[in-house]
Structures are given as structure tokens and as C-alpha cells.
Design a protein around this ligand. Structure first.
Ligand SMILES: Nc1ncnc2c1ncn2[C@@H]1O[C@H](COP(=O)(O)OP(=O)(O)O)[C@@H](O)[C@H]1O
Ligand SMILES: [Mg+2]
Length: 251
């Protein structure tokens, strides 16, 4: 259904409380964050380091909880399994047991998802992410690009409706960036909604239909792809949206 909302953030704030010896401190990571993701979109979350991107991703994946406000995925709170079944999540720093192979790892995830027949699914996903030639290697032998491909494979194995990717191309070489970008675009063409974060303007403008600019835990602008195409690129819009925020420079 066109314009169907798949995920929504209503008035979300997130405050991390940090306990010190005799006192505690508060880090305000997000304030009054309101946003919808529509089915079929590729939406980017763009912001400098510390803007709050990972916090948004973890909240949507149900790994942390908002201090106030409500998040819904297909009408369900992300803490419930009904919502978790709908999402695939690639964290900023994926970790896999170093002494296992990608087939062993994906088998573990397939069993966790409750699949009985999973061999064909695993072979298909390994092929899709381009790990076919690396199935006999242990994860300890993997490059950063191969780890990211495996991270994507575990995120899409159960064919989620919404794919959440935290900095999916960060630290990759140009060829791996190109491959991962094509992979994400292909997954979206097959019908999966994609929500990804990045601090790379050029990456997001190549792939996204819409970008949210986040600064100091608040949305400063939402930009449609047509708008940055007519404005001569997303960089200008991004710099204009965050400049003047002297606090940003002090961080
Ligand atoms: N576990 C945590 N405890 C305390 N503060 C945190 C924690 N995680 C993130 N923060 C703070 O929240 C803010 C946003 O962080 P984060 O969401 O990681 O930003 P980004 O992913 O955009 O770099 C930062 O000020 C960061 O220091
Ligand atoms: Mg982050």
C-alpha cells in the first residue's frame, strides 16, 4: 500500500544516565524526535559523530528503551517479538564468533528464527551478499568488508520487512562500498524498506529517497531526493542546516 507507515517515532526522548562515584550525570541523546518511515522507502539518517544516530537505530531495534515517547513498528512496540520478526538489524560494529564459518553462524541465526528448512535459504543469502568463495574460512580470517557482508546476510536471512543498518559502509574500501550500496539497493527493489545511518553525505545521496538531518539529538531537516538534486547536492543543504549551531563545533 502506497504511503503505508511501517515505523513511527512519536515524541521520543532518550537520556542516558551515567552513574559516577557519589553522583550521576545525564547525557541527552535525543529530544522530541518525531518521524515516520513509509513502506518501500530507503531513508537515511545523516548526522555528525554524537548526533544520536546509533541511539535512534538501537531504539528502533528494541535494544534500548526511550525515556519518553512511543515507537511502533507495524503498530507494535519494538520490545515485542511481533515487531522484532519484522526487522533485520546490522549494528555499527557487528561481532561474530571468530572460530566459526559463515555457514555455521547463519545456521545458528536460522535456528534462532525457528526455520526448519534453512540450507537453501542460507546458500541463497550467501550468494546474494557475495560470500560464496569464503564459506570455508573462519571469521577470524575475514576482512572488514567480508564481516559487513556477513552482517547483512544475518540481517536479511529471515526476509524482514524493515532493514535497519547502522553505518553499513563505514570503514570499507571503495569497491566494498560500491558492492554494499548495490546490495542494499537490490534488497530494497525486492520490497524491503531500508533505514540506514551514515555520516557520509555522498553515500546517502547516492542511495536514499529521503534523508533526515540529525544534529545534537534533534531533527533539523528532512530532505527529499528531488530537493537535493535541484539544490546541486545534499552537502550544501546539510552544511546550511547545521551551521550556526556553535554547539556542534564545540563537541
Ligand atoms: N551508552 C551510553 N551512555 C551514555 N551516553 C551515551 C551512550 N550511548 C550514546 N551516548 C551519548 O549519546 C549521544 C549520541 O550518541 P550516538 O547515538 O552514539 O551518536 P552517533 O551514532 O550519531 O555518533 C552522544 O552524546 C553519546 O555520548
Ligand atoms: Mg553511531
Amino acid at each position: 500500500m502506497k504511503n503505508e507507515i511501517i515505523a513511527e517515532f512519536s515524541n521520543i526522548s532518550k537520556i542516558y544516565k551515567i552513574k559516577q562515584f557519589c553522583s550521576s550525570r545525564r547525557n541527552i541523546a535525543l529530544k522530541n524526535f518525531n518521524f515516520d518511515i513509509k513502506r518501500g522507502e530507503i531513508v537515511g539518517l545523516l548526522g555528525l559523530n554524537g548526533a544520536g544516530k546509533t541511539t535512534v537505530m538501537k531504539l528502533l531495534a528494541g535494544l534500548i528503551f526511550p525515556s519518553s515517547g512511543e515507537i511502533l513498528i507495524g503498530g507494535i512496540n519494538p520490545i515485542f517479538s511481533g515487531a522484532k520478526q519484522k526487522i533485520g538489524f546490522l549494528p555499527e560494529l557487528p561481532y561474530f564468533y571468530p572460530y566459526m564459518t559463515c555457514i555455521e553462524i547463519l545456521t545458528y541465526y536460522a535456528k534462532l528464527s525457528g526455520f526448519k528448512e534453512y540450507k537453501g535459504k542460507i546458500n541463497k543469502v550467501i550468494d546474494k551478499v557475495g560470500l560464496t568463495w569464503h564459506t570455508s574460512k573462519k571469521i577470524s580470517e575475514y576482512s572488514k568488508g567480508m564481516m559487513q557482508r556477513l552482517g547483512l546476510a544475518q540481517a536479511v536471512l529471515h526476509e524482514p520487512e524493515l532493514l535497519i543498518l547502522d553505518e553499513p559502509v563505514s570503514g570499507l574500501d571503495p569497491l566494498a562500498v560500491h558492492d554494499v550500496r548495490n546490495l542494499i539497493a537490490g534488497i530494497n527493489k525486492e520490497g524491503t524498506t531500508v533505514f540506514l545511518s551514515s555520516h557520509s553525505i555522498s553515500e546517502l545521496e547516492k542511495i536514499c529517497h529521503r534523508v533526515i538531518i540529525l544534529s545534537l539529538g534533534g531533527i533539523v531537516k528532512t530532505v527529499e531526493c528531488d530537493a537535493w538534486k535541484t539544490a546541486g547536492g545534499l552537502e550544501k543543504i546539510f552544511i546550511n542546516s547545521i551551521k550556526g549551531g556553535e554547539e556542534v563545533r564545540k563537541r
